[in-house]
Design a protein around this ligand. Structure first.
Ligand code: NAI
Length: 303
């Protein structure tokens, strides 16, 4: 049954104050797009050095966006930068930072115990109305939410790297997520400029559930000697219209990240052969060849 979406304008207004926990790669991007869209944002990180870097990277990235948005209007670009930056606060104290939050988006390291510890504390500190979301790539939203008393106000908000560029947002419902929570999250996603899709709490949601086994199969093709990495990449770009081939994508996202996700799923679902990690990936990770970030993965990179 489709619900009437005439309430969208009101729902847009539910979320004004967002707290992003984790100021790393994803958290800084989520904070940036929220601030650009007029939200008041607090970014939290346990590491004060990270917080300084987060501030610098948000500044650089917003400046880039402003130049694109207001090409011929320096004054407008300056105003956009100043106003966006003025909406972002930085804090090392998660509990304090959620006291005024309408929505909390968690983007800390991919570790269930750490996420549980965090959400237990946030659940005590945040007002009852506050919606909670996790940006996890590979863990179960239901398992993360299980330590809170607000599963009805919990969902997944899964962004893509780089957040300011990638337009998709996967909005994940667990069975307990109420329609109000879900609609508020969809409306918020739309308000910050993303195209939202909805998905159940299934491993990898939509994108990674399809991409991870696809990339694994490409690696198994390489292991079998069916074709070279270069030829497989060319094939998928020119034959399937993908912007990057599977090996270019693996090098871009990091071989360690890919292996970590597959190992986690394989352990949890040992009978699903699609989640069985290829040996070549494990070998490269062992050798420290993690992709672009280390200068070598399936390809070699010179800076
Ligand atoms: P990252 O390592 O760049 O950032 C994580 C940050 O969390 C670090 O700055 C760390 O100091 C901080 N942190 C750790 N424990 C904390 C705590 N208890 N409280 C506050 N801050 C804490 O990681 P990244 O790549 O930004 O990933 C974050 C989350 O986003 C993970 O769950 C990951 O699965 C997910 N994700 C990652 C994507 C990617 O392409 N890297 C894409 C989509 C989701």
């Amino acid at each position: 049954l489709k619900r009437n979406f005439s309430s969208t304008t009101t729902l847009n207004n539910i979320v004004k104050n967002v707290t992003v926990i984790g100021g790393g790669l994803m958290g800084s991007g989520i904070a940036q797009v929220s601030a650009q869209a007029g939200q008041n944002v607090t970014v939290v990180d346990v590491n004060p050095d990270v917080l300084k870097k987060t501030e610098a990277s948000i500044q650089t990235s917003i400046t880039r966006v402003a130049k694109k948005l207001h090409k011929d209007d320096t004054a407008a670009a300056k105003k956009f930068i100043e106003e966006s930056l003025s909406r972002v606060k930085y804090s090392p104290d998660a509990q304090k930072a959620v006291e005024q939050a309408d929505l909390v988006v968690e983007a800390i390291v991919e570790n269930l115990d750490l996420k549980h510890d965090l959400f237990k504390r946030l659940d005590e500190a945040a007002p009852a109305k506050t919606l909670f979301a996790s940006n996890t790539s590979s863990l179960s939203i239901g398992e993360i939410a299980s330590v809170t008393k607000r599963k009805d106000r919990f969902g997944g908000l899964h962004f893509f790297n780089p957040v300011p560029v990638m337009r998709l947002l996967e909005v994940v419902r667990i069975p307990e997520t109420t329609d109000d929570t879900y609609e508020a999250m969809m409306a918020w996603g739309k308000a910050i400029g993303k195209t939202c899709i909805t998905c159940k709490d299934t491993p990898g949601f939509v994108v990674n559930r399809l991409l991870v086994p696809y990339m694994a199969e490409a690696m198994k093709m390489l292991e079998r000697g069916d074709a070279s990495a270069e030829d497989i990449d060319i094939a998928m770009k020119l034959g399937a219209g993908y912007p990057m081939g599977p090996f270019e994508l693996a090098d871009y996202t990091g071989l360690d990240t890919g292996l970590f996700i597959m190992d986690g799923w394989h352990k949890k679902f040992p009978d699903n052969e699609l989640f069985n990690p290829p040996e070549i990936q494990r070998k490269l990770v062992k050798e420290g060849k993690l992709g672009r970030k280390t200068g070598e993965g399936y390809y070699k990179y010179t800076k």
